[in-house]
Design a protein around this ligand. Structure first.
Ligand code: ATP
Ligand code: MG
Length: 426
Protein backbone atom coordinates (compact mmCIF):
# COMPACT_ATOMS: atom_id res chain seq x y z
CA UNK A 1 0.00 0.00 0.00
CA UNK A 2 1.54 3.29 -0.96
CA UNK A 3 -0.82 5.66 0.83
CA UNK A 4 1.92 7.01 3.05
CA UNK A 5 4.05 7.88 0.05
CA UNK A 6 1.37 10.17 -1.25
CA UNK A 7 1.20 12.09 1.97
CA UNK A 8 4.95 12.22 2.53
CA UNK A 9 6.33 15.64 3.37
CA UNK A 10 8.23 17.46 0.66
CA UNK A 11 11.73 15.95 0.88
CA UNK A 12 14.39 18.24 2.24
CA UNK A 13 18.04 17.27 2.07
CA UNK A 14 19.79 15.55 4.98
CA UNK A 15 22.88 17.06 6.53
CA UNK A 16 26.35 15.51 6.66
CA UNK A 17 26.12 14.47 10.31
CA UNK A 18 23.04 12.36 9.66
CA UNK A 19 20.54 14.82 11.04
CA UNK A 20 17.94 15.92 8.56
CA UNK A 21 17.58 12.27 7.57
CA UNK A 22 14.16 10.93 6.78
CA UNK A 23 12.83 8.49 9.37
CA UNK A 24 9.52 7.11 10.57
CA UNK A 25 7.66 8.36 13.63
CA UNK A 26 4.76 6.30 14.92
CA UNK A 27 2.05 7.16 17.40
CA UNK A 28 0.70 4.37 19.54
CA UNK A 29 -2.80 4.05 20.90
CA UNK A 30 -4.11 1.67 23.55
CA UNK A 31 -0.67 0.33 24.28
CA UNK A 32 0.11 3.47 26.24
CA UNK A 33 -2.73 2.70 28.63
CA UNK A 34 -1.45 -0.67 29.75
CA UNK A 35 0.33 0.40 32.93
CA UNK A 36 2.85 -1.97 34.42
CA UNK A 37 2.68 -4.41 31.49
CA UNK A 38 3.74 -1.64 29.15
CA UNK A 39 7.36 -2.80 28.91
CA UNK A 40 6.27 -6.24 27.71
CA UNK A 41 3.97 -4.71 25.12
CA UNK A 42 6.67 -2.38 23.92
CA UNK A 43 9.13 -5.23 23.54
CA UNK A 44 6.55 -7.23 21.56
CA UNK A 45 5.79 -4.27 19.33
CA UNK A 46 9.47 -3.50 18.71
CA UNK A 47 10.07 -7.15 17.76
CA UNK A 48 7.07 -7.09 15.41
CA UNK A 49 8.36 -3.89 13.82
CA UNK A 50 11.80 -5.43 13.22
CA UNK A 51 10.27 -8.63 11.82
CA UNK A 52 8.15 -6.71 9.32
CA UNK A 53 11.19 -5.02 7.73
CA UNK A 54 13.61 -7.93 8.16
CA UNK A 55 14.33 -8.04 4.44
CA UNK A 56 15.12 -4.31 4.18
CA UNK A 57 18.33 -4.26 6.23
CA UNK A 58 18.90 -3.38 9.85
CA UNK A 59 16.72 -0.71 11.40
CA UNK A 60 16.97 1.11 14.72
CA UNK A 61 13.80 1.11 16.77
CA UNK A 62 13.55 3.45 19.74
CA UNK A 63 10.82 4.31 22.17
CA UNK A 64 10.18 8.00 22.89
CA UNK A 65 8.02 8.42 25.93
CA UNK A 66 5.15 5.95 26.15
CA UNK A 67 3.33 6.83 22.97
CA UNK A 68 5.93 7.36 20.25
CA UNK A 69 8.34 5.07 18.41
CA UNK A 70 11.03 6.19 15.98
CA UNK A 71 12.32 3.82 13.31
CA UNK A 72 15.54 4.84 11.59
CA UNK A 73 17.71 3.29 8.96
CA UNK A 74 20.73 5.60 8.72
CA UNK A 75 22.13 5.78 5.21
CA UNK A 76 18.90 4.63 3.55
CA UNK A 77 17.43 6.59 0.64
CA UNK A 78 14.13 8.44 1.01
CA UNK A 79 12.41 5.79 -1.11
CA UNK A 80 13.71 3.05 1.18
CA UNK A 81 12.48 4.90 4.26
CA UNK A 82 9.08 5.41 2.60
CA UNK A 83 8.91 1.62 2.13
CA UNK A 84 9.57 1.18 5.85
CA UNK A 85 6.74 3.66 6.57
CA UNK A 86 4.38 1.68 4.32
CA UNK A 87 5.15 -1.49 6.25
CA UNK A 88 4.62 0.28 9.59
CA UNK A 89 1.09 1.16 8.55
CA UNK A 90 0.36 -2.60 8.80
CA UNK A 91 1.96 -3.27 12.17
CA UNK A 92 -0.76 -3.82 14.77
CA UNK A 93 -0.65 -1.37 17.68
CA UNK A 94 0.40 1.61 15.56
CA UNK A 95 -2.18 4.39 15.24
CA UNK A 96 -0.38 6.93 13.06
CA UNK A 97 2.64 6.71 10.78
CA UNK A 98 4.58 9.84 9.82
CA UNK A 99 7.59 10.31 7.59
CA UNK A 100 9.66 12.82 9.53
CA UNK A 101 12.87 14.82 9.23
CA UNK A 102 15.31 14.39 12.05
CA UNK A 103 16.99 17.75 12.70
CA UNK A 104 19.41 19.21 15.26
CA UNK A 105 17.70 20.51 18.33
CA UNK A 106 18.16 24.22 17.82
CA UNK A 107 15.70 26.84 16.68
CA UNK A 108 17.66 27.79 13.55
CA UNK A 109 17.86 24.21 12.20
CA UNK A 110 14.25 23.47 13.08
CA UNK A 111 13.11 26.67 11.37
CA UNK A 112 15.14 25.92 8.25
CA UNK A 113 13.66 22.44 7.78
CA UNK A 114 10.16 23.53 8.87
CA UNK A 115 10.03 26.33 6.31
CA UNK A 116 11.35 24.12 3.51
CA UNK A 117 8.82 21.40 4.38
CA UNK A 118 5.98 23.81 3.72
CA UNK A 119 7.06 24.82 0.21
CA UNK A 120 4.46 24.55 -2.57
CA UNK A 121 1.40 24.08 -0.34
CA UNK A 122 -2.10 25.33 -1.02
CA UNK A 123 -4.56 26.87 1.42
CA UNK A 124 -4.24 27.59 5.10
CA UNK A 125 -1.87 26.13 7.65
CA UNK A 126 -1.18 25.67 11.35
CA UNK A 127 1.88 24.65 13.35
CA UNK A 128 1.63 22.20 16.22
CA UNK A 129 4.65 21.91 18.48
CA UNK A 130 5.36 19.48 21.34
CA UNK A 131 8.30 19.06 23.63
CA UNK A 132 9.39 15.83 25.19
CA UNK A 133 12.33 17.84 26.56
CA UNK A 134 10.97 20.67 28.64
CA UNK A 135 14.38 22.35 28.87
CA UNK A 136 14.19 23.49 25.26
CA UNK A 137 14.74 27.24 24.89
CA UNK A 138 11.13 28.02 23.89
CA UNK A 139 7.80 26.72 25.19
CA UNK A 140 5.75 24.71 22.71
CA UNK A 141 3.42 27.61 21.95
CA UNK A 142 6.32 30.05 21.54
CA UNK A 143 7.97 27.66 19.09
CA UNK A 144 4.73 27.11 17.14
CA UNK A 145 4.12 30.87 16.97
CA UNK A 146 7.65 31.59 15.85
CA UNK A 147 7.64 28.91 13.12
CA UNK A 148 4.23 30.09 11.96
CA UNK A 149 5.46 33.63 11.50
CA UNK A 150 8.54 32.40 9.57
CA UNK A 151 6.32 30.36 7.24
CA UNK A 152 4.02 33.34 6.65
CA UNK A 153 7.11 35.43 5.86
CA UNK A 154 8.35 32.85 3.36
CA UNK A 155 5.12 31.97 1.53
CA UNK A 156 2.27 34.16 2.80
CA UNK A 157 -0.09 31.24 3.54
CA UNK A 158 -3.00 32.20 5.82
CA UNK A 159 -2.86 30.81 9.35
CA UNK A 160 -5.91 28.83 10.46
CA UNK A 161 -5.74 27.04 13.77
CA UNK A 162 -9.00 25.12 13.50
CA UNK A 163 -9.08 22.59 10.65
CA UNK A 164 -6.24 24.00 8.57
CA UNK A 165 -5.54 22.64 5.06
CA UNK A 166 -1.95 21.86 6.07
CA UNK A 167 -0.44 21.10 9.45
CA UNK A 168 3.23 21.26 10.29
CA UNK A 169 4.25 19.27 13.34
CA UNK A 170 7.40 19.75 15.37
CA UNK A 171 8.36 17.44 18.21
CA UNK A 172 11.37 18.37 20.30
CA UNK A 173 12.98 15.30 21.82
CA UNK A 174 15.93 14.79 24.16
CA UNK A 175 18.68 14.71 21.53
CA UNK A 176 17.00 15.94 18.38
CA UNK A 177 13.82 17.40 16.93
CA UNK A 178 11.40 15.91 14.39
CA UNK A 179 9.65 17.95 11.72
CA UNK A 180 6.81 16.53 9.65
CA UNK A 181 3.53 17.22 7.94
CA UNK A 182 0.75 14.73 7.30
CA UNK A 183 0.64 11.08 8.25
CA UNK A 184 -1.12 7.86 7.35
CA UNK A 185 -3.45 6.08 9.75
CA UNK A 186 -2.10 2.78 11.05
CA UNK A 187 -4.07 -0.33 11.97
CA UNK A 188 -4.58 0.54 15.64
CA UNK A 189 -5.26 -2.40 17.95
CA UNK A 190 -2.66 -4.32 19.95
CA UNK A 191 0.65 -5.90 18.89
CA UNK A 192 0.16 -9.34 17.31
CA UNK A 193 1.04 -12.11 19.74
CA UNK A 194 0.29 -10.12 22.85
CA UNK A 195 -3.04 -11.85 23.51
CA UNK A 196 -1.91 -15.43 22.82
CA UNK A 197 -2.46 -17.76 19.86
CA UNK A 198 -5.45 -18.75 17.76
CA UNK A 199 -6.26 -21.00 14.80
CA UNK A 200 -8.31 -19.53 11.94
CA UNK A 201 -10.57 -21.74 9.84
CA UNK A 202 -9.76 -20.24 6.51
CA UNK A 203 -11.95 -20.85 3.48
CA UNK A 204 -11.21 -19.09 0.20
CA UNK A 205 -14.17 -16.79 0.86
CA UNK A 206 -14.50 -13.14 1.82
CA UNK A 207 -15.31 -13.52 5.49
CA UNK A 208 -12.63 -15.62 7.12
CA UNK A 209 -9.67 -13.38 6.14
CA UNK A 210 -11.50 -10.39 7.63
CA UNK A 211 -12.17 -12.38 10.80
CA UNK A 212 -8.46 -13.26 10.97
CA UNK A 213 -7.43 -9.63 10.56
CA UNK A 214 -9.77 -8.55 13.35
CA UNK A 215 -8.34 -11.04 15.82
CA UNK A 216 -4.72 -10.32 14.87
CA UNK A 217 -5.60 -6.70 15.51
CA UNK A 218 -6.69 -7.62 19.03
CA UNK A 219 -3.29 -9.12 19.71
CA UNK A 220 -3.63 -12.77 18.69
CA UNK A 221 -0.94 -14.49 16.66
CA UNK A 222 -2.82 -16.89 14.39
CA UNK A 223 -2.20 -19.95 12.26
CA UNK A 224 -4.52 -20.89 9.41
CA UNK A 225 -6.29 -24.13 8.54
CA UNK A 226 -7.86 -24.67 5.12
CA UNK A 227 -9.94 -27.67 4.03
CA UNK A 228 -9.75 -28.35 0.32
CA UNK A 229 -12.13 -30.59 -1.60
CA UNK A 230 -9.18 -32.63 -2.85
CA UNK A 231 -9.06 -35.21 -4.33
CA UNK A 232 -12.47 -34.32 -5.84
CA UNK A 233 -11.63 -30.69 -6.67
CA UNK A 234 -8.61 -28.98 -8.18
CA UNK A 235 -6.04 -27.16 -6.06
CA UNK A 236 -7.48 -23.67 -6.80
CA UNK A 237 -8.89 -23.15 -3.32
CA UNK A 238 -5.46 -23.90 -1.87
CA UNK A 239 -3.84 -21.26 -4.08
CA UNK A 240 -6.44 -18.78 -2.88
CA UNK A 241 -5.93 -19.66 0.77
CA UNK A 242 -2.18 -19.34 0.21
CA UNK A 243 -2.50 -15.87 -1.37
CA UNK A 244 -4.88 -14.73 1.35
CA UNK A 245 -2.51 -15.83 4.10
CA UNK A 246 0.40 -14.13 2.35
CA UNK A 247 -1.60 -10.90 2.31
CA UNK A 248 -2.50 -11.30 6.01
CA UNK A 249 1.16 -12.00 6.80
CA UNK A 250 1.70 -8.24 6.42
CA UNK A 251 -0.14 -7.81 9.71
CA UNK A 252 1.61 -10.59 11.65
CA UNK A 253 4.86 -11.79 10.17
CA UNK A 254 5.48 -15.56 10.19
CA UNK A 255 2.08 -17.04 9.28
CA UNK A 256 1.58 -20.77 8.76
CA UNK A 257 -1.10 -22.33 6.59
CA UNK A 258 -2.19 -25.94 7.15
CA UNK A 259 -4.08 -27.61 4.34
CA UNK A 260 -6.21 -30.71 4.87
CA UNK A 261 -7.71 -32.60 1.91
CA UNK A 262 -11.32 -32.98 3.02
CA UNK A 263 -13.05 -34.50 -0.01
CA UNK A 264 -13.09 -38.10 1.15
CA UNK A 265 -14.36 -37.17 4.62
CA UNK A 266 -17.17 -35.17 3.01
CA UNK A 267 -18.05 -38.13 0.86
CA UNK A 268 -18.08 -40.38 3.89
CA UNK A 269 -20.51 -38.05 5.64
CA UNK A 270 -22.68 -37.87 2.56
CA UNK A 271 -22.88 -41.62 2.10
CA UNK A 272 -24.10 -41.98 5.68
CA UNK A 273 -27.34 -40.48 4.34
CA UNK A 274 -27.53 -37.38 6.52
CA UNK A 275 -29.01 -35.17 3.78
CA UNK A 276 -30.02 -31.82 5.23
CA UNK A 277 -27.52 -32.12 8.07
CA UNK A 278 -24.55 -32.46 5.71
CA UNK A 279 -23.32 -28.86 5.99
CA UNK A 280 -23.51 -28.63 9.76
CA UNK A 281 -21.99 -32.10 10.20
CA UNK A 282 -19.19 -31.12 7.85
CA UNK A 283 -18.50 -27.91 9.74
CA UNK A 284 -18.47 -29.81 13.03
CA UNK A 285 -15.89 -32.19 11.60
CA UNK A 286 -13.80 -29.22 10.46
CA UNK A 287 -13.97 -27.76 13.96
CA UNK A 288 -13.05 -31.08 15.58
CA UNK A 289 -10.05 -31.36 13.25
CA UNK A 290 -9.10 -27.77 14.02
CA UNK A 291 -9.25 -28.51 17.72
CA UNK A 292 -6.80 -31.40 17.39
CA UNK A 293 -4.40 -29.20 15.42
CA UNK A 294 -4.87 -26.28 17.85
CA UNK A 295 -3.72 -28.54 20.65
CA UNK A 296 -0.46 -29.25 18.75
CA UNK A 297 0.03 -25.55 18.01
CA UNK A 298 -0.85 -24.37 21.53
CA UNK A 299 -3.67 -22.25 20.12
CA UNK A 300 -6.25 -21.30 22.72
CA UNK A 301 -9.19 -20.55 20.45
CA UNK A 302 -10.67 -21.23 17.01
CA UNK A 303 -11.69 -18.33 14.75
CA UNK A 304 -14.31 -18.43 11.99
CA UNK A 305 -15.88 -15.94 9.61
CA UNK A 306 -19.47 -16.72 10.64
CA UNK A 307 -21.95 -13.83 10.58
CA UNK A 308 -25.39 -14.40 12.08
CA UNK A 309 -27.97 -15.25 9.44
CA UNK A 310 -25.69 -14.59 6.46
CA UNK A 311 -26.28 -18.05 5.01
CA UNK A 312 -28.69 -20.78 6.08
CA UNK A 313 -25.96 -22.67 7.93
CA UNK A 314 -25.42 -19.62 10.15
CA UNK A 315 -28.70 -19.56 12.07
CA UNK A 316 -28.54 -19.27 15.83
CA UNK A 317 -29.49 -22.94 16.23
CA UNK A 318 -26.76 -24.06 13.85
CA UNK A 319 -24.10 -21.89 15.45
CA UNK A 320 -25.05 -23.42 18.80
CA UNK A 321 -24.72 -26.87 17.26
CA UNK A 322 -21.24 -25.90 16.04
CA UNK A 323 -20.16 -24.69 19.48
CA UNK A 324 -21.19 -28.08 20.84
CA UNK A 325 -18.65 -29.88 18.62
CA UNK A 326 -15.55 -28.63 20.45
CA UNK A 327 -14.33 -27.58 23.88
CA UNK A 328 -12.23 -24.66 22.68
CA UNK A 329 -13.96 -21.29 22.41
CA UNK A 330 -14.95 -20.34 18.85
CA UNK A 331 -14.36 -16.64 18.23
CA UNK A 332 -16.60 -15.08 15.56
CA UNK A 333 -15.55 -11.47 15.22
CA UNK A 334 -17.92 -10.85 12.28
CA UNK A 335 -21.00 -12.18 14.02
CA UNK A 336 -22.85 -8.85 14.03
CA UNK A 337 -21.63 -7.41 10.74
CA UNK A 338 -23.47 -6.91 7.45
CA UNK A 339 -22.00 -8.37 4.27
CA UNK A 340 -21.35 -4.86 2.88
CA UNK A 341 -19.40 -3.91 6.01
CA UNK A 342 -17.36 -7.09 5.76
CA UNK A 343 -16.64 -6.41 2.09
CA UNK A 344 -15.46 -2.87 2.89
CA UNK A 345 -13.07 -4.29 5.45
CA UNK A 346 -11.87 -6.97 3.01
CA UNK A 347 -11.12 -4.25 0.47
CA UNK A 348 -9.25 -2.18 3.04
CA UNK A 349 -7.04 -5.05 4.20
CA UNK A 350 -6.29 -6.15 0.64
CA UNK A 351 -8.01 -9.55 0.61
CA UNK A 352 -11.23 -8.86 -1.34
CA UNK A 353 -9.79 -9.23 -4.84
CA UNK A 354 -8.18 -12.56 -3.91
CA UNK A 355 -11.37 -13.87 -2.29
CA UNK A 356 -13.35 -13.00 -5.42
CA UNK A 357 -11.24 -15.21 -7.66
CA UNK A 358 -13.19 -18.27 -8.79
CA UNK A 359 -12.62 -21.56 -7.01
CA UNK A 360 -14.44 -24.68 -6.04
CA UNK A 361 -15.19 -24.55 -2.33
CA UNK A 362 -15.15 -27.98 -0.78
CA UNK A 363 -18.56 -27.26 0.68
CA UNK A 364 -20.36 -26.67 -2.63
CA UNK A 365 -19.46 -30.10 -3.82
CA UNK A 366 -21.63 -32.76 -2.22
CA UNK A 367 -23.92 -30.04 -0.89
CA UNK A 368 -27.52 -31.10 -0.35
CA UNK A 369 -30.29 -29.18 -2.08
CA UNK A 370 -31.84 -28.24 1.25
CA UNK A 371 -29.90 -27.12 4.31
CA UNK A 372 -31.18 -27.70 7.82
CA UNK A 373 -31.61 -24.37 9.57
CA UNK A 374 -32.28 -25.85 13.01
CA UNK A 375 -29.85 -28.73 13.40
CA UNK A 376 -30.45 -30.83 16.51
CA UNK A 377 -27.37 -31.63 18.54
CA UNK A 378 -28.41 -35.22 19.51
CA UNK A 379 -28.85 -36.08 15.80
CA UNK A 380 -25.40 -34.74 14.99
CA UNK A 381 -23.79 -36.55 17.89
CA UNK A 382 -25.37 -39.80 16.77
CA UNK A 383 -24.05 -39.41 13.23
CA UNK A 384 -20.60 -38.72 14.61
CA UNK A 385 -20.71 -41.74 16.85
CA UNK A 386 -21.45 -43.98 13.88
CA UNK A 387 -18.63 -42.40 11.93
CA UNK A 388 -16.16 -42.20 14.80
CA UNK A 389 -15.66 -38.53 14.07
CA UNK A 390 -13.10 -38.00 16.83
CA UNK A 391 -10.80 -40.58 15.29
CA UNK A 392 -11.44 -39.19 11.81
CA UNK A 393 -10.44 -35.71 13.04
CA UNK A 394 -7.20 -37.12 14.50
CA UNK A 395 -6.49 -38.82 11.19
CA UNK A 396 -7.26 -35.73 9.10
CA UNK A 397 -4.71 -33.71 11.05
CA UNK A 398 -2.01 -36.22 10.11
CA UNK A 399 -2.74 -35.54 6.44
CA UNK A 400 -2.16 -31.76 6.81
CA UNK A 401 0.48 -30.07 4.70
CA UNK A 402 2.03 -26.89 6.02
CA UNK A 403 3.07 -23.80 4.06
CA UNK A 404 4.65 -20.54 5.13
CA UNK A 405 3.24 -17.85 2.86
CA UNK A 406 5.52 -14.91 3.64
CA UNK A 407 4.97 -11.40 2.30
CA UNK A 408 8.62 -10.50 2.84
CA UNK A 409 10.88 -10.27 -0.18
CA UNK A 410 13.00 -13.17 0.97
CA UNK A 411 13.98 -16.04 -1.28
CA UNK A 412 11.94 -19.11 -0.39
CA UNK A 413 13.96 -22.01 0.99
CA UNK A 414 15.00 -24.39 -1.77
CA UNK A 415 12.75 -27.17 -0.53
CA UNK A 416 10.03 -26.57 1.97
CA UNK A 417 9.43 -29.32 4.51
CA UNK A 418 5.66 -29.31 4.45
CA UNK A 419 5.04 -31.99 7.04
CA UNK A 420 3.04 -31.11 10.10
CA UNK A 421 5.76 -32.41 12.38
CA UNK A 422 8.20 -29.90 10.89
CA UNK A 423 5.76 -27.04 11.47
CA UNK A 424 5.08 -28.00 15.04
CA UNK A 425 8.85 -28.18 15.65
CA UNK A 426 9.33 -24.73 14.10
P1 ATP B 1 -16.28 -17.37 4.06
O1 ATP B 1 -16.53 -16.17 3.19
O2 ATP B 1 -15.25 -17.12 5.12
O3 ATP B 1 -16.04 -18.60 3.26
P2 ATP B 1 -19.07 -17.96 4.18
O4 ATP B 1 -19.95 -16.81 4.35
O5 ATP B 1 -18.87 -18.53 2.83
O6 ATP B 1 -17.64 -17.61 4.85
P3 ATP B 1 -19.47 -20.60 5.22
O7 ATP B 1 -18.99 -21.15 3.95
O8 ATP B 1 -20.69 -21.13 5.86
O9 ATP B 1 -19.67 -19.04 5.18
O10 ATP B 1 -18.31 -20.73 6.26
C1 ATP B 1 -18.37 -20.16 7.52
C2 ATP B 1 -16.99 -20.26 8.15
O11 ATP B 1 -16.58 -21.63 8.23
C3 ATP B 1 -15.92 -19.62 7.31
O12 ATP B 1 -15.84 -18.23 7.57
C4 ATP B 1 -14.69 -20.34 7.77
O13 ATP B 1 -14.22 -19.85 9.00
C5 ATP B 1 -15.20 -21.77 7.96
N1 ATP B 1 -15.00 -22.54 6.72
C6 ATP B 1 -15.90 -22.79 5.75
N2 ATP B 1 -15.36 -23.51 4.74
C7 ATP B 1 -14.07 -23.73 5.10
C8 ATP B 1 -12.96 -24.41 4.48
N3 ATP B 1 -13.08 -24.99 3.29
N4 ATP B 1 -11.78 -24.44 5.14
C9 ATP B 1 -11.66 -23.85 6.35
N5 ATP B 1 -12.65 -23.18 6.96
C10 ATP B 1 -13.84 -23.12 6.35
MG1 MG C 1 -17.39 -19.99 2.37
Amino acid sequence: MSASLESAPVPVGGTADGLGELCVLMKLGEIVLKGSNRKLFERRLHNNIRASVRDLGEVRVSQRGSGVIIVRRPGASDIEVAEIADRMANVMGVVWVHLVRRVPKDTASITDVAVRSMEGREGSFAVRARRRDKRFEMTSSELAGYLGSEIVKAYGYPVKLKRPDNTLYVEVDKDEAFVFTDGTPGQGGLPAGMSGRGLVLMSGGIDSPVAAHRMIRRGLKVDFLHFSGMPFTGPESIYKAYSLVRQLDRYQVGSRLFVVPFGKAQQQLKSSGIERLQIVAQRRLMLKTAEVLADDLKAECLITGDALGQVSSQTMANLTALDDAVDLPILRPLIGMDKTEIMDQARRIGTLAISELPDEDCCTMLTPRQVETAAKIPDLRQIEKRLDAEELAEYLVTTAQVHKPSFLGEAAPARLDTSRAAAVRA
